[in-house]
Design a binder for this molecule. Structure first.
Ligand SMILES: *Cc1c(COP(=O)(O)O)cnc(C)c1O
Length: 239
C-alpha cells in the first residue's frame, strides 16, 4: 500500500476524519465491553510536515507520534509551544536517545535494557521523568523489535528500578500480512498481558500501567474492541 504524504489535507477534512474515527472508536470499545472515554487517538505525523501537525492540533489532536529522531527534530521548533503530547514510536538507536528525550514526553519503543539505562540517564540530564511503554513483540516476528511476551513482566520490573523512568504500559506493532483472526488473537493476548502486568505492579510506585498502545489505520477498530487505550493513526488522518 502506497503512503501518500499529504501535508495539505485541509482542516475541515481533518475534523471530519477525526469525528468518524472517534465514532468508530466508541462503537468498537462498547462492542468489546471497554470504556470509550479511556481510548486516546494519536496522530502519527511521520508522513507530514509541521504545517499539517498544527492543523491537526486545531482539529483537536492532543497527541502525536514520530518514529524517527530527524523527522521529529525538523518539526520540533514549530510545535513545541502547543498543547500537545509528543511520543516517540520508532526503533531508537542509543546515540539518538539524548535528542529524543529532550523532545518527547514518552518513548513507546523501549525494547532493550541498554536503551532503558540510556533513556534514564538522559532523562536525568534533563531533570525529567520520562514515560516509557515496553514494546512487546507479540507475534514473535523476526522483523520487529520488542521484548518477548514471556519476558515482559521481568523487563517492566527492571525498567522500573531506573530512577528517571516511569513505566506507563505496553505497545505493540503486529506482523504484516496476517489474517483478521490472527490480528484479533494478538490484540487479545496483548490485553491479557497488559492486565496481568498491571495487577502484578499494583504496589510498584514507579509503574503506572494506564496505556495499551496498539492498532494502526488498518486495524484500530479491532484493537479497541480488544482493549487498546491508545491507537496510532497516520494514513486514515493524512492520506
Ligand atoms: C507509521 C506508524 C503508525 C501509523 O501507521 P498507519 O497505518 O499509517 O496508521 C503507527 N505506529 C507506528 C509504530 C508507526 O511507525
Amino acid at each position: 500500500m502506497a503512503k501518500y504524504l499529504n501535508n495539505d489535507v485541509p482542516l475541515e477534512l481533518l475534523e471530519q476524519r477525526l469525528h468518524i474515527i472517534r465514532e468508530n472508536v466508541r462503537t468498537a470499545a462498547l462492542s468489546g465491553g471497554h470504556d470509550p472515554e479511556a481510548v486516546r487517538v494519536m496522530a502519527v505525523t511521520k508522513y507530514v510536515g509541521h504545517e499539517a501537525v498544527l492543523r491537526a492540533v486545531k482539529a483537536g489532536i492532543r497527541l502525536i507520534g514520530e518514529n524517527r529522531e530527524q523527522s521529529l527534530s525538523q518539526k520540533y521548533e514549530y510545535i513545541r509551544g502547543e498543547d500537545l503530547e509528543i511520543h516517540f514510536i520508532g526503533h531508537l538507536q542509543r546515540n539518538k536517545a539524548a535528542k529524543v528525550v529532550r523532545m518527547a514526553d514518552c518513548v513507546q519503543s523501549l525494547d532493550s535494557e541498554a536503551l532503558a539505562a540510556e533513556l534514564s540517564r538522559q532523562a536525568a540530564a534533563c531533570e525529567k521523568e520520562l514515560a516509557v511503554l515496553v514494546q512487546v513483540n507479540i507475534g514473535n516476528d523476526p522483523n520487529k523489535s520488542g521484548i518477548r511476551p514471556e519476558e515482559a513482566q521481568a523487563f517492566v520490573e527492571k525498567a522500573s528500578i531506573l530512577p528517571n523512568l516511569r513505566v506507563r504500559g505496553l505497545m505493540t506493532i503486529l506482523p504484516l500480512g496476517i489474517t483478521q483472526a490472527q490480528t484479533e488473537e494478538y490484540f487479545s493476548r496483548m490485553h491479557a498481558l497488559y492486565v496481568d502486568i498491571r495487577e502484578k505492579n499494583r504496589d510498584n510506585e514507579k509503574v503506572t500501567m494506564d496505556c495499551l498502545s496498539m492498532g494502526m489505520s488498518g486495524d484500530y477498530k479491532l484493537a479497541v474492541r480488544h482493549g487498546a487505550t491508545m491507537v496510532r493513526l497516520g494514513t486514515v488522518l493524512f492520506e
